[in-house]
Design a protein around this ligand. Structure first.
Ligand code: G6Q
Length: 546
């Protein structure tokens, strides 16, 4: 047994879990009118209601004891201070430095990184203003109005999610496109939508070695040259974001068009860096800086608030409560905000690539669960597909709901309907429907006797299903920045409790390595090497069909 599962705080939670299972949330709300006040927090207009959880004052105390025992405070200070906490890659983890104010000092290997961060932000500002304002034009003199980001994983999902979320702030004549997949369908279909003379390609890759991105970038470059009939067009239509300036040069991108970031920025934590260039181009630098400011507000809150009033700590520890003490393996992200339709996909990477680990920081196998499967869809769409499982399935799926109080698109009764659905779902999941209530409903519909008794079991809802709700005024850049940083820190809190490194991704590297070996075999350039029978036969079938 690990030290964690034997620890006093863990054992106390195990014992408490048996006690609290005798009580439902319905009963807790009925007995305590102050529950919402005690179990909700606000930060700069972001309301976090966590009262609809299987939680008492004692539960919260014990969860926070576990956070303290695990050293969440100390590990937070280490991350914010630039310690090399990503030990398997020997790197600091400083996405928070990307939103630090000018004048702050954060040292990596004795060097303050904050001035570099602001130098690159100023470069981004100059470039985005030139492109948006039309001073920087394409090869034939047209203003650049189509941005095509070529990147994958961490070099795509964040900017894509944010550009979608901030559409109301987008330049009215600009469109942001994202090409990730090495499946040519992605690039080919995108190129059909753009005008080469007005297109700016951003090749985004931290390493600048990623097969998909380089392949898409080469094909995009060939297309541009063919469309505009000149190699000279490339310098006006291509820029890059990378930590690997040597490789961007070898690719043929003018060094003046390369925006830099650093190895202490993890891919999935990089939207705040120059990787956010598509965001800055699309919504403008002022809005990009607002996004950073919102994240900074959450960083400061995470650093300064007591655990009892700390959103990321409480959100993270609620996850530990369900993951490790209720056997939950998944949670749902359910934005009642269409503009956040890519948030679940973004959080899938952030959460699952960070905490999907089975060895601890010392390389020892863990004997407790360390992660969640994350999925979701915007409400109300999800209600008509998978909510059935959340209401009446055999497993508990905690869910995070989020909604804006006002809409960027006020139209008739739409927004009131959206909100009513959001609130109704969390209420229903908490309350459930008892036999008495279901029976009364069926009787009111005129049913009785055997017909009623036969239908009754299907009409029961166990309830007591946990949800968090986030409410905000409008989804503006600042609020979005807070929300994303909240999830970043929540994931970190959990990784600290689980004693795992949230910032490496050897699983991703393994896939890259295997594909590299199979490619020449599929292309018929080399003999088939020894594989298992399944892979060999699949390879043969592909070769026969090509
Ligand atoms: C993120 C991961 C991974 C990475 C992509 C793209 O944390 O490391 O998703 O972002 O594999 O890598 P490059 O930016 O190096 O092309």
């Amino acid at each position: 047994m690990s030290k964690l599962t034997q620890s006093p705080a863990w054992q106390a939670l195990l014992a408490h879990r048996s006690q609290i299972s005798n009580q439902t949330m319905r009963e807790m709300f009925a007995a305590d009118t102050g529950r919402f006040d005690r179990f909700s927090l606000q930060l700069d207009g972001l309301l976090f209601d966590y009262s609809k959880n299987r939680l008492s004052d004692e539960t919260l105390k014990l969860l926070l004891d576990l956070a303290r025992q695990s050293g969440v405070g100390e590990w937070t200070a280490k991350m914010l201070g630039g310690d090399k906490i990503n030990t398997s890659e020997n790197r600091a983890v400083l996405h928070t430095a990307l939103r630090a104010p000018l004048g702050a000092e954060i040292l990596v290997d004795g060097k303050n990184v904050v001035p570099d961060v602001h130098r690159v932000l100023d470069d981004l500002a100059r470039f985005t203003e030139a492109v948006r304002g039309g001073a920087w034009r394409g090869h034939t003199g047209k203003p650049l109005r189509h941005i095509v980001n070529i990147g994958i994983g961490g070099s795509a999902l964040g900017p894509l999610m944010v550009c979608e979320a901030l559409k109301p702030y987008g330049h009215p004549e600009m469109q942001a496109h994202f090409v990730s997949n090495v499946d040519a369908a992605d690039l080919v279909e995108t190129l059909k939508k753009v005008d080469a003379e007005a297109t700016l390609f951003i090749v985004s890759s931290k390493t600048f070695t990623t097969q998909e991105t380089l392949t898409n970038a080469r094909s995009a470059r060939a297309w541009l040259v063919e469309q505009l009939g000149s190699e000279a067009a490339v310098s006006k239509h291509f820029c890059a974001v990378s930590t690997n300036l040597k490789a961007t040069g070898q690719f043929g991108i003018d060094p003046a068009n390369v925006f830099e970031f650093w190895d202490w920025v993890g891919g999935r934590y990089s939207l705040w860096s120059a990787i956010g260039l598509p965001i800055a181009l699309y919504v403008g630098m002022d809005n990009f800086r607002q996004l950073l400011a919102g994240a900074r507000a959450m960083d400061e809150h995470f650093r300064d608030a007591s655990f009892e009033r700390n959103m990321p700590v409480i959100l993270g520890m609620l996850g530990v409560w369900y993951g490790n003490f209720h056997g939950c393996g998944a949670y749902a992200v359910l934005p009642y905000d269409q503009s956040l339709h890519r948030l679940p996909a973004y959080l899938q990477q952030l959460e699952m690539e960070s905490n999907g680990k089975c060895v601890d920081r010392q390389g020892q196998p863990v004997d407790y669960d360390t992660h969640f499967t994350v999925w979701g869809e915007p409400g109300t769409n999800g209600q008509h597909s998978f909510y059935q499982l959340i209401h009446q399935g055999t497993r508990i799926v905690p869910a995070d709901f989020m909604a804006p109080i006002r809409s960027h698109h006020p139209l008739g009764e739409h927004h009131a309907m959206l909100l009513s659905n959001c609130l109704a779902q969390t209420e229903a999941l908490m309350l459930g429907k008892t036999e008495v209530e279901a029976r009364a409903e069926l009787e009111a519909q005129g049913m009785s006797g055997e017909a009623l008794e036969t239908l009754l079991p299907f009409k029961l809802f166990p309830g007591n299903r946990p949800t968090n709700t986030f409410l905000y005024d409008l989804l503006d850049p600042y609020t979005l920045g807070m929300l994303i940083a909240l999830y970043e820190h929540k994931i970190y809190v959990q990784s600290v409790v689980w004693n795992i490194n949230a910032f490496d991704q050897w699983g991703v590297e393994y896939g890259k390595q295997l594909a590299g070996k199979l490619l020449p075999e599929l292309q018929g350039k080399v003999e088939l090497s020894a594989h298992d029978a399944s892979t060999t036969n699949l390879l043969k079938r592909c070769l026969a069909g090509r």
